[in-house]
Design a protein around this ligand. Sequence first.
Ligand SMILES: Nc1ncnc2c1ncn2[C@@H]1O[C@H](COP(=O)(O)OP(=O)(O)OP(=O)(O)O)[C@@H](O)[C@H]1O
Length: 242
Amino acid sequence: MEIVIDIKHLKKAFKRNEVLKDVNLQLAKGENLVILGKSGTGKSVLPKCIVRLIEADRGEIHVLGKDILKLEATELDEVRKKVGYLFQGGALYDSMTVKQNLVFQIRRTQLEKNKAELRDLVEEALANVGLKDAMQKMPAELSGGMKKRIGLARTLILKPSIILYDEPTTGLDPVTAGEISELILDVQQKYNTSSIIITHDMKCARMTSNSIRIMKNGKFEVVGSYDELRHSDDPEVRAYFS
Ligand SMILES: Nc1ncnc2c1ncn2[C@@H]1O[C@H](COP(=O)(O)OP(=O)(O)OP(=O)(O)O)[C@@H](O)[C@H]1O
């Protein structure tokens, strides 16, 4: 089994607030790994440490075989290109059309593309998320679900091998949330991506997960599949599933 993310003894505190105390995690190639946990337990801090938006205090984070805490800026950029990160808010640029948002993303890493190639890439990415007709729309014209889809299209356009999803369905109605979960599954199958999915949405966890970790006290204390955890002996674990 190939491991694409390997985290060992990761620690991160903000002043006296020890958020991540001893995080150990392995993500296998092609796996969808769901992270559950109460609010404020550090779930969102973890993916930020993985792409070094936040600097960890101690421990090791190996991404695609590289110890990213030891990399220089240029090497780190190379790894970051392979890791898509879908933020909680989607974070589109409001003053740009959907197309411009996507082109901007490609230009960050692939300067040599011509106009026709860019157009093809944008069309493919939008088709992948079922929004081919949204090309000329402004973010303000999009619904919450559409924004999430465009955010995913913007992540997919760089063809990442790993995707970090931070609460991809939060704020959506149950039907649209289900469609986004379906899309996460499609992406895994179509592109053989490996993903970490942070969610409070148990339907999303059921639909997308190959395995689940529960974050508690700055660590992953519980590991298992959806069905294993649903029948756990621990009432606190079962409570997530009721
Ligand atoms: N940049 C930062 N500076 C200081 N403290 C931070 C920073 N980012 C996160 N924290 C703190 O780290 C803790 C964990 O935050 P985090 O956002 O990871 O929680 P979470 O588990 O994702 O919660 P939720 O499920 O509500 O999104 C919180 O106490 C938060 O205040």
